[in-house]
Ligand binder design. Structure first.
Ligand code: EPU
Length: 339
């Protein structure tokens, strides 16, 4: 195990912020984790697990251990005529997994194409896009308890998934390192094309044939059309969550803001409002604050417009939160995690 000190994290966070980890370790093998736990606990240090770094804003100095999860492997552990169950190392790149499954004609992940990040990070925030969430294909995960050094197993219910949320963002935050994730995929894929933007693309292209590969390509096209490529412009995808507010409040807001868009939720008492719209209405779309900006094609995305400083990103996002609160009386939340 190689322990690197004062290690630069710029390459390891998709916002491309300058930050340093006091200690940095690449975890390639589950067997090294007990030694790591001993070292971290004996120094009473804090730690964070890093996947693709696509949902993280680091403060300039992380005074603890950054553990880069590089546990790899994709294995089939069960199959029948209709389904296949796979176990995937948490360090695998998410989009590579999606493409791998498409090549095998295993359906279920195609709507989640091109989401940046790693497999191990996916359950933490229950990634979702275009009508599908991770929980729809998730079976269970294996994770090491960072206090006891024991491997533990979490099934669907135990993960307590919600909208961009799981138990690993709440009561079990920073207590586990996810080592692998188990998925159930379909050998006879059913396509999920209900999302408006997908329907529109299918009509535009006058497609008479559709399969998971074509659907994945459509989704990649929609995403690249409106979201910045993190290899060129530093960003974390959606910086904020969509807002979920009482339906009664939405009905009132609608009398003042006639065009306010909304989506129903599973609970009729609650309504989802696209935060991108709230931010846009506050006039932030395409605006810069020093070297941080709101992306010109999508108001939910903050970008590194130069050499953005960590504290400035946080301050800018605070200003956006304040202005949405002032105008709509809605307290929007960051989707990204700040370390
Ligand atoms: N909108 C605006 N202004 C904008 C962009 C969007 O007003 O600049 C409004 C429009 O009314 C639009 C609505 O927002 O119809 C929804 O926009 P979009 O379809 O782009 O989806 P989103 O709610 O902004 C969510 C996820 C994305 C995911 C898309 C597609 C969250 C926080 N974000 O975005 O996930 O790709 O749906 O399903 O739930 C991510 O999490 O990083 C991410 C990109």
């Amino acid at each position: 195990m190689i322990i690197l000190k004062n290690y630069p994290l710029k390459r390891f966070n998709s916002f491309r912020l300058n930050a340093y980890a006091r200690y940095f370790v690449r975890v390639h093998n589950v067997d090294v984790i007990p030694e790591l736990i001993y070292k971290i606990n004996s120094k009473l240090s804090k730690f964070c697990v890093l996947g693709g770094g696509s949902n993280i804003i680091f403060r300039p100095k992380y005074d603890g251990w950054v553990l880069r999860n590089e546990l790899l492997g994709i294995k089939v552990f069960k199959e029948n005529e209709d389904f296949v169950w796979i176990n995937v190392g948490a360090g695998e790149n998410w989009h590579n997994l999606v493409r791998y499954c498409i090549d095998k004609n295993w359906g279920g992940l195609e709507n989640l194409s091109l989401i940046p990040g790693s497999v191990g990070a996916a359950p933490i925030q229950n990634i979702g896009a275009y009508g599908v969430e991770l929980k729809d294909v998730f079976v269970s995960l294996n994770a090491m308890n960072m206090h006891s050094g024991q491997m533990e197993f979490f099934d669907l219910d135990e993960c307590e998934f919600g909208y961009r949320d799981s138990i690993f963002k709440r009561t079990l935050k920073n207590q586990y390192i996810i080592t692998s994730v188990n998925f159930k995929l379909s050998k006879k894929p059913k396509l999920n094309i209900e999302y408006g933007a997908i329907k529109k693309k299918i009509e535009e292209k006058k497609l008479d044939q559709l399969n998971i590969r074509i659907l994945s390509d459509i989704i990649c096209e929609i995403r690249t059309g409106k979201l910045p490529n993190p290899d060129r412009i530093g960003n974390c995808g959606s910086f904020f969550k969509n807002a979920i507010i009482p339906t009664a409040k939405y009905n009132y807001l609608k009398t003042v803001f006639k065009d306010i868009p909304s989506y129903p939720t599973d609970d009729p008492e609650l309504t989802k409002i696209p935060t991108a719209w709230l931010i846009q209405e506050c006039g932030w779309k395409g605006k810069n604050f020093g070297s941080v900006g709101v992306y010109k094609k999508h108001a939910l995305v903050l970008i590194n417009a130069g050499n953005a400083q960590n504290e400035m990103v946080i301050e800018f996002s605070d200003r956006i939160i304040d202005s949405v609160l002032e105008k709509f009386d809605i307290e929007i939340e960051r989707e990204v995690t700040i370390y």
